[in-house]
Design a protein around this ligand. Sequence first.
Ligand code: ZN
Ligand code: ZN
Length: 332
Amino acid sequence: MARLGSWIEPFPEGIYVRPADAWIDPSQRKERALVTHGHADHARGGHSRVWATPETLAIMGVRYGDQNGVPMAYGESVRIGEVDVTFVPAGHVLGSAQIVLDHAGERIVVSGDYKRREDPTCAPFEPVPCDIFITEATFGLPVFRHPDTGSEIDRLLHRLHSDPSRSVLVGVYALGKAQRVITELRRRGHEQPIYYHGAVERLCRLYEELGVSLGEMRHCAGVPKQEMAGHIVIAPPSALNDRWSRRLPDPVTAMASGWMRIRQRARQSNIELPLVISDHADWDELTCTIRELQPREVWITHGREEALKHWCMLHQIKARELNLVGYEDEDD
Ligand SMILES: [Zn+2]
Ligand SMILES: [Zn+2]
């Protein structure tokens, strides 16, 4: 009998599904691409044909222009070559999907990026039992245990209210984290207008068009400094220490990222208020998911593979590292 999963092959530029002649999240242009979600390290422009959820196709459209896309609703299956392909929710960002591949009596699930905690901006992760689970490991070390999101949001609000003469500038990635932080603030009863840097505007608009309401949002451009005192301002991380931030009234610099768990990292980037809010599974979510799915093998990409591989071996699950390149943390 052939080795389990012998019909898919990891290459540095992505995972090749031979009987479908298709690539998953390829970092180079391909004829057929199956795309898990819209972050730039997974979704590139220029493929001849793209299978993805309608939301991911819309995000790719905003970033790269029109795609020759085949929209895949969650739970819907399509046969590509000799493989049945199904997209199911990954809980990472709006439209994010795990890709389920069925071929020759074997089921392989490619998680893309995922998380297990609740996120008001996207559908929750759906566990799909499988023979091979291909998992990310962005935060694949036991030190990464993300705190409760609500308590991080409360810290942000507390800081905001403690000095109404200052604004709080929150660094966030434009796709996913920005909209999640805004929605979580609304859930905690924060109804004030939230100001934003132009770089997050298009994706906030798109989220709203796709049904995620963000409340009252105001562009920073041309707003008198004092008007933003006592308000939250959302901007990409690159703007935090940039001269752009001088337009804000004495801003408290915050950053929402799983990496904020590492104090040194926060200090290096002059972050006064580190908020540990991540769109990736932390160590417990990674290991609980593997326990729950009980796959025969785990293939690990994208991050700190070594510790998770060791954990799998301790739990009698065969594991291997895939050395894909070009997966950066646009989206931590
Ligand atoms: Zn991602
Ligand atoms: Zn990623």
